[in-house]
Every structure is written in C-alpha cells, then in structure tokens.
Design a protein around this ligand. Structure first.
Ligand code: XBP
Ligand code: MG
Length: 260
C-alpha cells in the first residue's frame, strides 16, 4: 500500500515545547494562584511520564503531596490552574520564542506539494496547537485536514485512541500512514494503532525505549544540518525527505518492523 498521509505529534516533535514552554507556563500558573509549587527541569522530566497537563497536575498532587489551598475541590483547582497554564503557554508562543524543529517546515512543504495528506495527533490542548502553528508557520493551519488534540478522546497517549480517531476521520488504514513522535508514550500510542512510526528524540526522551520504531533520529535534519541515525537504516539520506518517508514506509510494509 502506498504512503498516503503523515501524522504528526506536536510537543517535542514539531517543536521543543516542554522544558521552556509548557513547564514555564505551569510554574507561572502555580505562582499566579499563590501556590508555592515549582516544577524544576529535572522534576518535569519525571512528570512527563504522564501525558496531558491536567493529568500531570493530578499526578503531581497525588505523588508529591504539595500544600493545597484550603477549601477548594481538587477538580476545580486543577481546571483553574490548567486554564491559566494554557493562557500563559499561548502568550509565550506569541512571543515567538519556540521555533519548529529542524526539517519540520521543509518536510511539511514537500509533503503538501506532493499531495500527501497531513494530520496532527496530540494530547495537548487545541488552542496550544493553533498558537504554535500561527506563530511558526501560519499557512500550515489549513494544511492539516485533521487536528486531533486534547480531550477529544478520553484516553490519552500511550493509549492508541487519538490515532484511531485520526485514522477514522481520514478514512485511512494505519498501513497507509507514517507517524512522527518524540517519546515512548507517543510511539506506543501510534504503534498500538498499527501506524509505522519515525521517532525524533529530544533531551527529555533520548534514553527511552524506542523498540519497534521504524527509524530513530536526533531530528529530521536539513541539508545544512544533517540528522544522526540512532536506529534504523536510511541509505544515503542525510536529512528526512518525502523520498525517505516512502522508503521507510515500504521497508515496514515488507518486514513488518515499525508497526504493531
Ligand atoms: C504532550 C503532553 C502535553 C503537554 C501539555 O504529549 O503531554 O500534555 O505537556 O499540554 P505528546 P496540555 O507530545 O505525547 O502528545 O497542558 O495542554 O495538556
Ligand atoms: Mg510528544
């Protein structure tokens, strides 16, 4: 089956948003609420095991037992903090400080020009996706035919639900697609839905278990900034092109490695 669509994760994949974006916004929301909570770079790395901001705050409260404001229901507190966090995060993106990762813009443009369909599968809040694209590559907002984000499915990654949702909306079987993820949770999500997956690692995820990925790279690369291959074979390619996407996709179809 031919490659028909590319499905992208957002956080860590399209852009390095976690350490200097989401984490900073969570801390700003905690400070604004008068809470003496602070998520250090290291603690945040551990909290990333839980996908989804509201779920992450709940996990932090349960495991670290920080002081809570008296008399407020926990669900209401989490909802309030998360709304503030989204406001801080989108304001931060509007300042333009978080660029797309190497090769992302080039690959999106190449895929679009070739008539390859594009979609997004992420656990983050929809406003965050819109804000990121608006401030990095505004024209791409109309390129993604499905932007599946946040609470649109009840079970977040590593559950496969968000990929099932995208595939159903696109009317495509998983074998017609290639997913791009940066984390083990993301890889497991795509894999359980049967979508072959390319992983581009980042500082928070590089030591995770990516067994079963079709290819693992440090980033997608560009002609002047080639990728490093951490697992898989790329032939003579030095940066990720649509031709390499097709090659990887065909390889998975032949061998079964890289899909569930
Ligand atoms: C990303 C996430 C997100 C963000 C926070 O995971 O876990 O929760 O950290 O976003 P993935 P919200 O890249 O695997 O989709 O606060 O909007 O939930
Ligand atoms: Mg991610």
């Amino acid at each position: 089956m031919e490659l028909q669509a590319l499905i992208f994760d957002v956080d860590g994949t399209l852009a390095d948003t976690e350490r200097d974006g989401h984490r900073v916004a969570f801390n700003a929301a905690f400070a604004e609420a008068g809470l003496d909570w602070h998520w250090s770079v290291e603690l945040y790395g551990q909290l990333l095991a839980i996908t989804g901001g509201k779920e992450r705050i709940r996990h932090f409260v349960a495991t670290c037992q920080p002081p809570l404001p008296p008399g407020e229901d926990l669900n209401a507190l989490i909802a309030r903090l998360h709304q503030a966090k989204t406001r801080h995060y989108t304001a931060l993106l509007a300042q333009g400080g978080i660029p797309l990762r190497p090769g992302v813009k080039r690959l999106l443009q190449e895929a679009r020009a070739a008539g390859i369909r594009l979609a997004i599968a992420t656990t983050t809040t929809p406003e965050n996706v819109t804000a990121l694209l608006e401030h990095t590559l505004p024209e791409s907002l109309s390129w993604f035919e499905v932007i599946a984000a946040g609470d649109v499915v009840p079970a977040k990654k590593p559950a496969p639900d968000i990929y099932h949702y995208v595939l159903e909306r696109m009317g495509l079987p998983p074998q017609a697609c290639l997913a791009f993820e940066d984390s083990e949770n993301g890889l497991r999500s795509a894999q359980q839905a049967g979508v072959p997956t390319v992983v581009t690692v980042n500082d928070y995820t590089r030591d995770q278990d990516f067994s079963g990925a079709a290819l693992v790279l440090d980033h997608l690369g560009d002609p002047e900034n080639p990728f490093r291959v951490l697992a898989g074979t790329v032939g003579s390619h030095r940066y990720f092109t649509l031709e390499l996407a097709r090659q990887i996709h065909a390889q998975v179809a032949r061998s079964g490695v890289g899909s569930s």
